[in-house]
Write a new protein. Structure first.
Length: 266
């Protein structure tokens, strides 16, 4: 395990587990945490031995309560050295909300509040598993802000325009159960079942050929930008790789031989 000032990063059985680790501030996103999360996701993208990622928050109160507004308030009065350090980290950060085509699956394990930038992080993931006590929302207008990290764009796409506007224009929170009803969350479980449920998704994804998973994600996400016929006829890079891969032969062979496939990811 790698532990930084703001995160924990561990690889277990081809899955990267990233924990946002600022529980004293409800895992709020300060500049360093955004940068550190970016560094971990760079590692996930570059490391062929990592096939998927789980992101969660430390503690049982919050996944992530959003941007660190205390840090934002003090930025104007910071000294030149601190400002230069922040600028450097920001220049080196490719935040999860801008990784439009991150190739590998990401699960958000929402263990409490997912508000503002925290919900934006969760919405950038492919699957969301939430504890029953979790609350989700984009309350930025109550602070004179907007959900500018793609929240104003992702929420209407993920739950529909009218429900999204109802939450975005009021800053209201939604319960985990309501988020499930709206299709924003895949499952809602008691807190003591959250890890077990998430690990079940991890195991099932790992049962699949990694290139098949990545090709599915790429075709689904990029295909949403096109009409149905052009989405169907468009070639996708990962699908081209999958068709030529050893795993494309291993799957049918393992089925015929009545055994579990031994995926290589190539």
């Amino acid at each position: 395990m790698i532990e930084t000032a703001t995160t924990r990063f561990e690889i277990k059985d081809r899955c990267a587990w990233i924990t946002l680790n600022r529980p004293e501030s409800l895992n709020a996103l300060n500049i360093e945490l955004r940068w550190q999360l970016s560094q971990h996701l760079d590692e996930v993208e570059a490391n062929d031995d990592i096939w998927l990622t789980v992101i969660t928050g430390a503690g049982e109160s919050a996944f992530c309560a959003g941007a660190d507004l205390k840090e934002r308030a003090m930025q104007r009065d910071a000294d030149d050295t601190q400002k230069a350090n922040w600028r450097k980290l920001q220049d080196e950060t490719r935040h999860i909300i801008e990784r439009w085509y991150h190739p590998k699956p990401i699960i958000a394990m929402v263990n409490g509040f997912a508000l503002g930038g925290g919900l934006e992080v969760a919405m950038a993931c492919d699957i969301i598993i939430a504890a029953e006590h979790a609350e989700l929302g984009l309350p930025e207008p109550r602070r004179g802000l907007i959900a500018a990290s793609a929240g104003v764009h992702r929420l209407p796409r993920q739950i529909g325009l009218k429900p999204a506007m109802g939450y975005m224009l009021t800053g209201r929170h939604m319960t985990a159960a309501r988020a499930y009803e709206l299709g924003l969350v895949n499952e809602v479980v008691p807190m003591n079942e959250l890890m077990q449920t998430t690990e079940g998704y991890v195991r099932d994804i790992l049962r699949c050929a990694p290139l098949s998973v990545r090709a599915t994600k790429e075709a689904a996400m990029k295909g949403l930008e096109r009409d149905l016929p052009s989405a169907f006829y468009t070639p996708y890079e990962t699908e081209t790789r999958r068709l030529r891969s050893e795993d494309a032969l291993e799957g049918p062979r393992a089925f015929a031989e009545k055994r579990e496939p031994a995926w290589q990811g190539k």
